[in-house]
Write a new protein. Structure first.
Length: 93
């Protein structure tokens, strides 16, 4: 015996109302997104080139953090505990 799968009229009305609301908000979203200013800047390739090494300041052996820390002890001690100090070995970077 075949089953009669008809949707009640009140459910059709609810579905119709929701469908109309969805379509309206979809249309508004498309219009707003389409009218947004297109200010897209392409990526630059300057990150592909290495930064040239700076010259070693007078009185220092090198530009290593340890050598700077000889005079700037407090800053060096704080820096040693930072994420930046471990950037070379930290997987986060």
């Amino acid at each position: 015996m075949p089953l009669n799968h008809q949707i009640p009229s009140d459910l059709k009305a609810i579905y119709s109302t929701h469908q109309k609301s969805f379509n309206f908000f979809l249309l508004i979203t498309i219009v707003v997104a389409g009218s947004c200013k297109k200010n897209v800047e392409p990526l630059q390739d300057n990150w592909e080139r290495a930064i040239p090494c700076q010259e070693t300041p007078a009185g220092l052996v090198s530009i290593r953090a340890f050598d700077c820390g000889i005079c700037h002890r407090e800053i060096y001690e704080e820096w040693k505990l930072s994420t930046h100090a471990h950037a070379w070995t930290d997987l986060q970077f």
